[in-house]
Design a protein around this ligand. Structure first.
Ligand SMILES: C[S@@+](CC[C@H](N)C(=O)[O-])C[C@H]1O[C@@H](n2cnc3c(N)ncnc32)[C@H](O)[C@@H]1O
Length: 231
């Protein structure tokens, strides 16, 4: 019951983000840390890829262009995000958008070659269950790639908890890797992806105290965790 309430709170929060246009604007913030991950993923032209917490779907379209004979599926629990992603991707024929929760991905076991998730996993009410579900829907030999900007090892993001009105999980790189291990993944690696975006001289947003804190946050980098489902 608590879980249902938590999911409904998430849905409402991210529907509000979608209505404010954040599904689209997050591309600018996330692309600089996503590009290095895409380069490491070794996507094959026929891969079937799932993007968990796909938001407005910009990465689904990017993935689709890199798997021209395969398919990119975006899943999000926010129906508004999914609707906008679907609309913006109508010309990309090998894309698909579904409303769904990482706790119970509406797909059969072994459906995907790769699963990615960008800036979503720390919102999941039960991250361990989410990683287990990702393991279930991956085929043997498939890989999961999760990118996280809110994590314990980067002290310059901890203040976000006071700014976002939904609970978030502040785990370390080792703790995320442990969730991968407990789910059955092998070849687990966690590493930092430094954000190369130049920092402006002044910062007027709400996430950081000032430009110096934003620069320090970017220097620490995002956390990338990846692992393979054993063959
Ligand atoms: C910060 S946004 C990131 C969106 C997108 N990945 C991007 O980089 O632009 C986080 C997204 O995760 C989704 N999300 C959060 N919890 C989820 C869950 N339990 N299952 C599926 N999606 C979830 C939210 O609805 C939201 O669209």
């Amino acid at each position: 019951m608590l879980q249902t309430g938590a999911n409904e709170a998430l849905r409402q929060e991210f529907n509000t983000w979608a209505e404010a246009g954040k599904g689209e604007s997050m591309e600018k913030e996330h692309r600089p840390i996503v590009e290095p991950m895409l380069a490491m993923m070794r996507l094959a032209p026929k891969d079937i890829v799932l993007d968990v917490g796909c938001g407005g779907g910009w990465l689904v379209r990017e993935l689709a262009s890199r798997v021209p004979q395969g398919r990119a599926i975006g899943m999000d629990l926010s129906d508004e995000m999914v609707e906008r992603g679907r609309r913006a991707s109508s010309s990309a024929k090998n894309t698909e958008f579904i409303v769904g929760n990482v706790d119970a991905i509406p797909r059969e076991a072994s459906s995907f070659d790769k699963v990615v998730s960008v800036e979503s996993s720390y919102y999941w009410p039960d991250p361990a269950a989410g990683i287990r579900e990702i393991f279930r829907v991956l085929r043997a030999g498939g890989a999961a790639w999760i990118l996280i900007n809110y994590f314990r090892d980067n002290p310059y993001c901890h203040q976000w908890a006071k700014l976002i009105p939904i609970p978030m999980h502040l785990l370390s790189g080792d703790e995320w890797a442990g969730l991968f291990r407990n789910a059955g993944f092998k070849e687990i690696v966690h590493r930092r992806i430094v954000d190369p975006t130049p920092t402006p001289e002044t910062y007027t947003g709400r996430w950081f105290r000032d430009a110096a804190e934003l620069a320090a946050f970017r220097r620490e980098g995002a956390l990338l965790v990846h692992g393979t489902k054993p063959s």
